[in-house]
Design a protein around this ligand. Structure first.
Ligand SMILES: Cc1cc2nc3c(=O)[nH]c(=O)nc-3n(C[C@H](O)[C@H](O)[C@H](O)COP(=O)(O)OP(=O)(O)OC[C@H]3O[C@@H](n4cnc5c(N)ncnc54)[C@H](O)[C@@H]3O)c2cc1C
Ligand SMILES: NC(=O)c1ccc[n+]([C@@H]2O[C@H](COP(=O)([O-])OP(=O)(O)OC[C@H]3O[C@@H](n4cnc5c(N)ncnc54)[C@H](O)[C@@H]3O)[C@@H](O)[C@H]2O)c1
Length: 466
């Protein structure tokens, strides 16, 4: 049985652990491949953050006529060439993934790359399955960086009609005329924007009464209002049955809603109802690992599992399914594998996120509903883009920033922005929260470039009641 110094399951964030300090370690990486191409390099690179944002920017450009009209500029969208857009994006990404695979497979002498699926058969004992071949190996240290995968709800007929997920929809051969998105979370919000801006008629189906329900209620409400102007949004709907028409081209969904039973017909169904950790694929229990109630591998602040010498990171163990969090956790694991006697912890105290839809959203810290639920005292203020100079330039009438602060210390508790460049605008607020800068010092203790967009943040801070 082959034995390694270190074995890493997953080539997403796990692949970043190896640097020169591991040059004389005997290392194995096991990667089963993601998406319809079975690519190396994990979700973010191949089927997640990176291609989706390359599409989002393209969709933003395709939305220019709409933006131009309110400025008195008449633009016409003459068309969006899907094959050209798709191939431009993947001609950039695929060589990076392929190059990463080639480097590990052929140029990294101390690394053995297994193109297969790994699962635990015992404590730090792993079986790798590649086609019909299996090999069982052991390692002194194991890093589980196996990520997550899309899930689909248990709806009668769904499996039979066939559907896309984010794993496959970014590589369609051609755009459908109609797309229905099941789910109202991050992926639904981003990909509904992408496909509608490129000319697809989009329907969004949600169980609750709002899109992006986990955001601050004011943000979610505003996003839902705007989404209803762009897409056919069906909320408070239960999907009872999915079936394919006799001609084979149309999918029909039977829904129950406030107005009784109804049907939605579509050419393509995109299921965006969350992602589940891949702890089951790695047979975490067989490796002695404990799971959380929602199926993540349990780790402590140092990313260590219950089994000595086994760490986990990223979507397979983290409560945050975000790449910047997975990267941070990978850094913690890297340090702790190298320096087990002086471990460091991952700081999850101020974790921001953004939704790259239209409009964009960014958020950090407590929402108002969380602060209320936890009985955290707060004061709150908002600032509309419409009332700052750059907002006049943009003719923005719907965006705003909302801030929550401690009424006594004036330290920020949370910040939420909906509108143009929200993910960029929020960064100074993240910095203030991370480094303990109070709202008043932040607002008044520095210059804010006039008339730049961060004046939105400055004014939101100045609006906080005393
Ligand atoms: C459409 C989409 C858009 C996203 N956009 C953003 C964004 O804008 N910003 C952001 O922060 N996050 C975004 N995310 C989330 C982000 O992609 C993930 O949080 C991040 O990639 C997780 O990294 P990871 O290393 O934990 O997992 P992954 O990158 O998924 O890596 C895990 C790897 O393990 C492999 N694997 C799994 N099981 C096994 C096994 N048993 N044997 C061998 N190999 C195995 C998988 O094939 C995979 O390659 C997005 C996700 C999606 C789906
Ligand atoms: N910009 C980003 O950072 C970004 C972008 C995309 C994805 N992601 C990450 O990927 C994760 C997965 O994205 P997602 O959009 O699939 O998940 P999500 O958790 O954001 O949203 C899931 C949606 O599916 C709905 N849903 C769940 N079960 C359902 C059912 N049975 N029937 C109907 N609807 C159901 C939920 O109510 C919710 O609206 C996100 O949570 C996020 O962490 C991040």
């Amino acid at each position: 049985m082959r034995h390694f110094d270190l074995l890493i399951i997953g080539s997403g964030s796990g692949n970043a652990i190896l640097d020169d300090r591991f040059a004389d370690w005997d290392v194995a990486i096991v990667e089963k491949g993601v998406g319809s191409t079975g690519a190396f390099g994990g979700t973010c690179l191949n089927v997640g953050c990176i291609p989706s944002k390359m599409y989002v920017h393209t969709a933003d450009v395709a939305s220019s006529p709409e933006e131009g009209t309110k400025l008195g500029v008449q633009l016409t969208l003459q068309g969006a060439s899907w094959p050209q857009i798709r191939d431009r994006i993947f001609d950039r990404i695929d060589p990076i993934s392929g190059g990463g695979w080639y480097y590990r497979a052929h140029e990294n002498e101390n690394v053995t790359l297994y193109d297969g699926t790994a699962h635990f058969t015992g404590i730090r004992e792993i079986q790798v399955r590649s086609g019909t071949d299996t090999e069982t190996v052991t390692a002194d240290r194991v890093v589980v960086a196996a990520g997550s995968r899309p899930t689909a709800p248990d709806i009668p007929g769904l499996a039979e009609v066939g559907y896309h997920t984010s794993d496959s929809v970014l590589r369609l051969d051609e755009l459908p005329e109609r797309m229905t998105v099941l789910g109202t979370g991050f992926i639904a919000a981003e990909l509904a924007h992408v496909f509608s801006a490129l000319g697809v008629t989009v329907t969004v189906i949600g169980r609750s009464g709002a899109l992006l329900r986990s955001q601050d209620t004011d943000i979610s409400r505003r996003f839902t209002e705007l989404a209803e102007q762009r897409w056919d949004v069906r909320l408070h709907r239960q999907t009872r049955l999915a079936e394919r028409d006799s001609d084979g081209t149309t999918v029909r969904l039977h829904l129950d809603g406030p107005g009784g039973p109804e049907t939605v017909e579509t050419d393509l169904l995109l299921v965006a109802t969350g992602r589940r950790p891949n702890s089951d694929l790695v047979h975490a229990h067989a490796g002695g690992l404990h799971l959380t109630e929602d199926g993540r591998i349990q780790v402590d602040a140092t990313q260590a599992t219950h089994v000595p010498g086994v760490w986990a990171l990223g979507d397979v163990s983290s409560p945050y399914q975000l790449k910047h969090v997975a990267n941070r956790e990978a850094h913690t694991v890297q340090h702790n594998v190298l320096h087990p006697d002086a471990p460091i912890s991952t700081d999850h105290s101020v974790v921001p996120h953004a939704v790259f839809s239209h409009p964009q959203i960014a958020s950090v810290g407590l929402t108002e509903q969380e602060a209320t639920r936890r009985a955290v005292p707060f004061v709150t203020a908002t600032q509309d883009y419409a009332d700052i100079a750059y907002g006049w330039a943009l003719e923005d009438t719907s965006g705003f920033a909302k801030i929550l602060a401690d009424p006594h210390t004036r330290h920020l508790l949370g910040a939420h922005i909906i509108g143009p460049q929200a993910p960029t605008l929020i960064q100074p607020l993240i910095q203030a929260m991370q480094f303990g800068l109070d709202a008043d010092t932040m607002a008044r203790g520095q210059y804010w470039i006039h008339p730049a967009m961060p004046e939105l943040v400055e004014n939101a801070l100045l609006n906080l009641p005393r």
